[in-house]
Write a protein of this length. Structure first.
Length: 300
């Protein structure tokens, strides 16, 4: 199996048209077609459905594309490391994170990036995970920390940390005992972010019941104000309310239920995950997660 044929396969998959890919690759269309047929022969499967206007990946093609991206990225990374091209990363990186994570992690990330790699120009965009996911796919951001993302062959995903979720409220508004079943939360007046609402809805669908959600609010700061004034209860990781929990202004109960966790994942596109500046910033983010998130652990 030739690496060149794998490159050609990826190019066709990305544009969905053999003629367009041939122009992009500067290769004659018949030659490109021969490479794909040879690849299909070696794999003993059909990779593309031929349509009137272009091609479409088959189920086997979609599965092979994930391996192809990994092969291309690994070879590119090996080439850069062996030739020394990764010695001094430089260039602009647009990084995305939620406002709460940004306040915890980004001071350390920016500080270490400036010290270690002054050639990297770091720009930060804050937003909800679903918005940052779209920004990654459209090229607006280069890297982002996502919450509970779905797998995608277009993204290179690196797990960072998994946090248990908590009920957070003023003293007296929480259940008398720590809930062991999701149904035990059904009478609580919940104020949730859209992301947390989607996560709880997924678990609810499996349990065939509904929680009492009194408000869906995108801004964590607005939810913070409402919870502090005693308007309801929210579900969040302890790190999002660290100051209030640490001072005793708010109380929390850890929810030990399958499916209710915040999984933080570092995401970049598969076409840029191998680049030196992306790799080095990934390393800095991982170090920041390990050193900073532990500070926000609350003894519940």
């Amino acid at each position: 199996m030739e690496l060149r044929s794998i490159h050609y396969f990826v190019a066709i998959a990305e544009v969905g048209n053999i003629s367009t890919a041939a122009v992009k690759l500067r290769i004659a269309q018949p030659a490109l077609t021969r490479h794909i047929k040879q690849l299909e022969g070696e794999l003993n499967t059909i990779l593309f459905n031929r349509l009137a206007r272009g091609v479409q990946l088959t189920a086997s093609g979609r599965e092979f594309l994930e391996y192809a991206y990994r092969i291309v990225n690994e070879v590119a990374q090996a080439r850069q490391e062996i030739t020394g091209l990764s010695s001094k990363p430089k260039g602009t990186i647009v990084f995305g994170a939620s406002p709460t994570l940004s306040s915890i992690l980004m001071p350390r990330v920016v500080s270490h990036s400036l010290k270690e790699f002054p050639g990297i120009n770091l720009k930060l965009i804050e937003g909800r995970s679903i918005r940052l996911n779209d920004f990654l796919l459209t090229g607006i951001v280069d890297m982002a920390i996502l919450t509970n993302p779905l797998p995608s062959y277009q993204l290179h995903l690196t797990p960072l940390i998994s946090e248990p979720l908590c009920l957070v409220a003023r003293s007296g508004r929480l259940p008398k005992k720590t809930p062991s079943k999701l149904e035990e939360l059904s009478d609580l007046p919940l104020i949730l972010t859209p992301g947390m609402l989607a996560l709880t809805a997924k678990v609810q669908n499996e349990k065939k019941f509904r929680l009492k959600v009194t408000a869906e609010i995108e801004s964590v700061e607005t939810i913070r104000s409402l919870i502090k004034s005693g308007e309801g209860v929210t579900i969040a990781p302890a790190s999002a309310f660290y100051q209030e929990l640490n001072s005793g202004e708010l109380k929390a109960q850890t929810i030990h239920l399958n499916g209710l966790r915040r999984d933080l994942v570092l995401a970049s596109r598969t076409d840029n995950a191998h680049l030196p500046n992306v790799r080095e910033l990934s390393r800095i983010v991982k170090v920041a997660i390990n050193s900073e998130m532990g500070k926000y652990a609350i003894d519940l």
